[in-house]
Write a protein that binds this ligand. Structure first.
Ligand code: PMP
Length: 450
């Protein structure tokens, strides 16, 4: 061990890798992962960890899936690369499969990840309104706490000031409204009533800004990175209704919630009768095996981009977007999800196993446990009556103690005001029952020790 440590020390001194997102601290050595199988990975010292956040909520089918690796390798041998300015079969097949899964006719543009999928959605929305006689509709509304990506437009939709202020000014035309966050809502009443007031606020914003200026609302069905916020489904239904009323497009960011994480193939399917105008996907689309983003638009919107003889095509291209190997991986990933009935599994085990963590709500530092499928957030507080967020140092202690015991869990980052006080557990959807028990026992024992 000492030898490895020394070797690593020397390598780190000459490391040119930029580990962003954390304050620089020369005494903290990031874990260097070398291999993985199922829900577990090993670092270079041979320590094994259960990956309780699926990498970055993407590794839905876990590490070491031979079928996915084979699908990528076979595709690379057959056709290593081809641009989507023309066509290739894996992209056509995957676009068709997405349309089937989304439950209506959708046309898909492929990119490389979630930020790019959302940027693409913004450009489609603006061009759509321009080409339907509403060129003034350019604004986007998102909710506080939401994360929609790191590029300039997606960052501007990301309504967490801490992620933006060093890079100001944000892109113009991005507005933010209160999320349906009943635990810390400014509204009163039952959870559902508070959520419905948040929807009213959104309507007010569209009215006051002028419906003729608003292009789209972008939302995750369940705010994930911003703290696992689980609204009443009536809220989502109401937002969809408001969007229709004011001719505002609804962009559903399914980057985290897509492909089974919440116990439905897509998060929006928990609500009744919702068919978003645009759906953005990444992460779980390939279970993280290769980078891929997708922006799927409803057929009625696509119509506006293909009128014969008009200069109204979508002037947008991505060299690597829809890479043949990534699309082949996406297809194999969906095939496995269907074959292994992953979505039903998540619904059942989420209910029968992972939900055991809800019992921790009785602990004095656990303000609220929120869960849907394999997406669980635990809001930690100093004191239940004041709801003062648990301090950063105690949060780091909890995450660190779990790691000591071989479990990686996450916490929402950089979302103050409100504190970085939400523990996040989002294990691979293929985790075994023993894996889930390990998560439950570890988290319980750590929390009880605070
Ligand atoms: N939307 C959501 C909801 C996300 O969680 C993320 C990534 N954490 C993104 C978009 C951006 O995806 P990417 O990092 O692939 O650009």
């Amino acid at each position: 061990k000492a030898e490895v440590e020394m070797k690593r020390g020397a390598e780190e001194k000459k490391s040119h890798l930029w580990n962003a997102m954390h304050k620089y601290n020369p005494n903290v050595k990031p874990t260097v992962a070398v291999s993985g199988e199922g829900s577990w990975f090993k670092d270079e010292e041979g320590n094994a960890y259960l990956d309780g956040v699926s990498g970055l909520w993407c590794l839905n089918l876990g590490y070491g899936r031979q079928e996915i690796v084979d699908a990528a390798a076979e595709q690379m041998m057959k056709l290593a690369y081809f641009p989507l300015t023309m066509n290739h079969q894996p992209a056509i097949q995957l676009a068709n499969k997405l349309s089937e899964l989304l439950g209506a006719a959708y046309q898909t543009f492929f990119s490389n990840g979630g930020s790019e999928a959302n940027e693409t959605a913004f450009k489609i929305a603006r061009q759509y309104h321009q080409q339907t006689g509403n060129p003034g509709k350019y604004k986007f509304i998102s909710r506080y706490r939401a994360y929609h990506g790191s590029t300039l437009g997606a960052m501007s939709a990301t309504a967490q000031a801490n992620r933006r202020f060093k890079y100001d000014p944000s892109a113009p035309g991005f507005l933010h409204v209160a999320p349906p966050y009943s635990y810390r809502s400014l509204f009163s009443g039952t959870s559902e009533e508070k959520d419905m007031r948040a929807a009213d606020e959104l309507e007010e914003m569209i009215r006051w800004e002028g419906e003729e200026t608003v292009a789209a609302v972008i939302m995750e069905p369940f705010i994930s990175g911003g703290g696992v916020i689980i609204p009443s489904m009536k809220y989502i239904e109401r937002v969809s209704e408001i969007c229709r009323k004011y001719h505002v497009l609804l962009i559903m960011d399914e980057v985290v919630s897509g492909f089974g994480r919440t116990g439905e193939m897509f998060g929006f399917k928990h609500a009744n009768g919702i068919q978003p105008d645009i759906v953005t996907m990444a992460k779980g689309l390939t279970s993280g095996y290769l980078p891929l983003g997708a922006t799927s638009v409803k057929a009625e919107i696509y119509e506006v981009f293909k009128q014969e003889g008009k200069d109204n095509h979508f002037r947008h291209v991505s060299t690597y977007g829809g890479h043949p190997a990534a699309c082949a991986v996406g297809l194999k990933n969906i095939e496995i999800i269907e074959k292994e009935k992953i979505v039903d599994r998540v619904r059942q085990l989420g209910h029968s196993r992972l939900s055991e963590l809800r019992n921790l709500q009785e602990h004095k530092h656990v303000g609220e446990v929120r869960q849907v499928g394999f997406l669980l957030g635990m809001e930690m507080v100093e004191d239940k009556s004041t709801k003062e967020p648990l301090s950063d140092s105690k949060m780091n202690e909890v995450v660190g103690a779990c790691k000591q015991k071989g479990l990686i869990i996450g916490k929402n980052g950089d979302t103050v005001p409100g504190g970085n006080n939400i523990l996040i557990i989002a294990p691979p959807l293929s985790s075994t029952e023993e894996d889930l028990d390990f998560i439950i026992e570890t988290v319980k024992s750590v929390i009880r020790s605070i």
